[in-house]
Design a protein around this ligand. Structure first.
Ligand SMILES: Nc1ncnc2c1ncn2[C@@H]1O[C@H](COP(=O)(O)OP(=O)(O)OP(=O)(O)O)[C@@H](O)[C@H]1O
Length: 301
């Protein structure tokens, strides 16, 4: 199958600095893929290599099976990288008309993409009067002119206020729901967590994880609160082994899978203990990313 994006050993060196280090990632059809990493991790360089704007030092990249640089490799690929540039004194609509003409796109795409990004009402206003969020959405509109099957967005929520971020998230979700594959980069864990199907985590140019958000988080055990707690701890140690029980903040962390929750509950109740809480524990995603990237991820606003 020709995946929307596939890279093998993609590498970019600038002198002694390896900005992107043997990156192998794959983006599947129809998914919203979050490319997540701290500032300077190599996200923009990677996206620029996918678009043929930066030449890789080593490795390969294909979009829908076409090697970067081959004829038609950007057919039906839309991109917004490092802030869109528009004519400040033209309206949003006229800016898009100029771009449509130079890209050989039919003029009737302009009202269609303006509606898609919720800018139809303000389309006649000059670009300079737009809020940052509107400017970013106009950038997405420009990327949509080609009616892309793959949309590549570099930090689409960067610099936006919370309302602007929410609008951008809605827009990306809507685009994802239409079947368009979206690859977006972000240094904001919260953003990626809310809108992406899968994430690739990059740190110092290397892909350190690639999976669904749920898989990354994983389930690590059960949290149990019961009265009396010390008797519950003794009972559980006997049942599952002493190494698997830890007392944390007035609760017991038990290192067994959530599928054994009902069994454990029955055992504790059968032993005359009052169980007030028993639930599966998920790892804290912040912690997961901190460990993967050794710090440096920012919080969502
Ligand atoms: N043209 C260049 N020449 C030299 N070094 C570069 C060049 N472009 C990028 N770099 C370096 O490569 C590394 C990765 O940069 P890149 O912009 O890809 O990271 P990023 O993850 O997109 O971060 P940010 O979110 O800050 O843009 C950085 O150390 C950067 O300084």
């Amino acid at each position: 199958m020709n995946l929307p994006v596939q890279t093998h050993g993609l590498t970019k060196r600038y002198g002694d600095l390896t900005a992107v280090d043997a990156l192998s990632l794959s983006v599947r059809p129809g998914e919203v893929y979050g490319f997540l990493g701290p500032n300077g991790a190599g996200k923009t360089t990677t996206l620029r290599m996918l678009l043929g704007l930066v030449r890789p030092t080593a490795g390969t990249a294909t979009l829908f099976g076409r090697p970067v640089g081959a004829a038609g490799h950007l057919a039906r690929v839309g991109a917004m990288i490092e802030g869109p540039s528009f004519y400040p004194y033209l309206s949003g609509r006229d800016n898009l008309r100029v771009l449509a003409r130079s890209a050989g796109v039919r003029a009737d795409r302009v009202p269609a993409v303006l509606a898609q990004v919720d800018l139809a009402d303000r389309a006649g206003d000059r670009y300079t009067t737009y809020s940052l969020g509107m400017k970013q959405r106009l950038g997405v509109a420009a990327a949509l002119l080609k009616d892309p099957r793959l949309l590549i967005l570099d930090e689409p929520t960067n610099g936006l206020d919370p309302a602007g971020m929410a609008d951008m998230r809605d827009l990306i979700r809507r685009l994802g729901a239409t079947g368009c594959t979206v690859l977006l980069s972000s240094h904001l864990l919260g953003e990626v967590q809310q809108i992406c199907d899968r994430v690739g985590v990059v740190a110092r140019g290397r892909l350190v994880a690639e999976s669904s958000v749920a898989e990354l988080r994983g389930a690590t055990g059960l949290r149990v609160v019961a009265e009396p707690l010390d008797l519950a701890a003794d009972r559980i140690r006997t049942l599952v082994g002493p190494d698997r029980v830890r007392l944390v903040d007035g609760a017991l962390d038990v290192g067994i899978g959530p599928e054994r929750a009902a069994w454990l509950n029955a055992e504790l109740v059968g032993a005359g203990l009052a169980v007030s809480e028993l639930r599966g524990q998920e790892r804290d995603l912040e912690q997961v990313f901190f460990e993967l990237t050794k710090g440096g991820l920012a919080h969502a606003g």
